[in-house]
Design a protein around this ligand. Structure first.
Ligand SMILES: NC(=O)c1ccc[n+]([C@@H]2O[C@H](COP(=O)([O-])OP(=O)(O)OC[C@H]3O[C@@H](n4cnc5c(N)ncnc54)[C@H](OP(=O)(O)O)[C@@H]3O)[C@@H](O)[C@H]2O)c1
Length: 363
């Protein structure tokens, strides 16, 4: 049986190679060892023992978790509340509460926040770690802020060999409508985007210290079943302030959750020398266009039921107003396609919304 041997050298977001801190680090870093083989062989050998741990079992975490579980993976994750924990456990996941809300500075060096000590043993057993907890302006990455050493320790003595941080295209900032790709120096323009960029680098550095390659996936606005323009029109009522702000972007990057998971899976199965990938579809259409299409789908699909659907008139009016469009940036997805080999299931919002409409159950 032949296998391809690849040397994987981590780079920072802008493509720089991270410096080795000590010369003897050289020996201990598995990314300098011929450890990575092409996906077929790697899957064949490891499939039975795969264990994914999702720090943050949110929209993406659950979608991916269901896929992996179907394939026989063990899937563990965290959430903030008991209610959600119970719900997720009902779907067959192993769930732990990881909440930093009752933060007490005198306890930060302990495993505080991990409400169940078993979660740390589970983390140690994980082969794949996905981080989807967002940063905050005050703490930066909350997990690394409180628990970097603890996590490093568990992972160092554990089985993890794939680490992925879900980030956002917000780190690029405003480029006046010009194209940006992963080599474009980020220029975050608000505190949250700064925190996001710092979190990316902090996870890359942690991976470097562990000898594990870190994938940073910069996602556009995520939509999918239960979270889409269709759902907003049918269920939600008026747009939130944040949605109204985003309404005015000319090229808002977006991605269907099934394609996010496809990209994540591709990064598990292919070795790459790059850390950063933009994960977005091919059609950054303005939100007003997306909402107008979603509305036409609602009308086509449930013409006689429109009265029964609480389509909020104010919402529709807001969607119809385009206002002055801001030309922020256009984000390239070339690297995702060429390096990870992703062929988008939903290259544009029309395909994504149609598939959501097909599966939509009116209640
Ligand atoms: N949604 C988008 O359009 C979009 C676009 C670009 C990037 N992103 C980023 O991509 C990642 C995944 O997105 P998503 O839509 O799957 O996110 P999501 O549904 O909001 O899930 C976030 C997860 O993190 C947990 N969490 C949130 N704050 C936490 C905290 N302070 N401490 C501990 N846990 C916390 C949540 O707990 P609960 O499950 O209990 O709520 C949830 O499990 C996130 O970092 C998100 O910011 C999202």
């Amino acid at each position: 049986m032949s296998s391809l041997v690849v040397f994987s050298v981590p780079k920072t977001g802008a493509g720089r190679v991270l410096p080795l801190r000590e010369s003897n680090d050289f020996q201990s870093r598995s990314w300098l060892r011929p450890a990575t083989v092409r996906c077929g062989l790697r899957l064949e050998v490891q499939e039975s023992g795969n264990h994914a741990f999702m720090l943050g079992m949110g929209f993406v975490g659950q979608f991916l978790g269901h896929q992996l579980k179907e394939e026989g993976w063990k899937v563990s994750g965290t959430c903030l509340s008991e209610i959600k924990k119970k719900k997720l456990e009902g779907s067959g996941f192993e769930i732990f509460i990881y909440s930093l809300e009752d933060y007490d500075s005198s306890r930060i060096s302990t495993s505080y926040g991990f409400h169940h000590q078993e979660s740390l043993f589970t983390l140690q057993d994980a082969t794949h770690l996905l981080i989807s907890i967002p940063p905050s302006v005050s703490l930066g990455d909350p997990v690394l802020h409180f628990h970097r050493d603890l996590i490093w320790n568990r992972l160092k003595n554990g089985r993890v060999h794939w680490l992925c941080y879900l980030s956002s295209t917000s780190v690029y900032g405003d480029h006046g409508g010009y194209w940006v790709d992963e080599d474009t120096p980020p220029k975050p323009e608000n505190e949250l985007a700064v925190a996001r960029l710092e979190a990316e680098n902090a996870w890359i550095n942690l991976g470097c210290d562990l000898g594990v390659h870190v994938y940073v996936l910069r996602l556009g606005g995520i939509y999918g079943p239960g979270r889409s323009a269709l759902d907003t029109i049918i269920k939600q009522g008026p747009l939130s302030k944040d949605q109204q702000r985003r309404q005015h972007r000319r090229y808002p990057p977006r991605i269907h959750v099934a394609d996010v998971c496809q990209a994540i899976r591709a990064s598990m199965n292919k070795s790459s020398t790059w850390n950063v990938f933009n994960i977005i579809d091919d059609d950054p259409a303005p939100r007003s266009e997306v909402f107008s299409y979603a509305r036409s789908l609602v009308m086509q699909r449930w013409p006689d039921k429109l009265d029964g659907i609480s389509v909020d008139q104010e919402t529709l009016n807001q969607h119809a107003q385009t206002g002055e469009l801001i030309e922020e940036k256009r984000v390239s997805n070339n690297r995702m396609k060429s390096e990870l080999g992703v062929e988008l299931l939903h290259p544009n919002y029309r395909s994504g919304l149609e598939s959501i409409a097909r599966g939509y159950q009116l209640r």
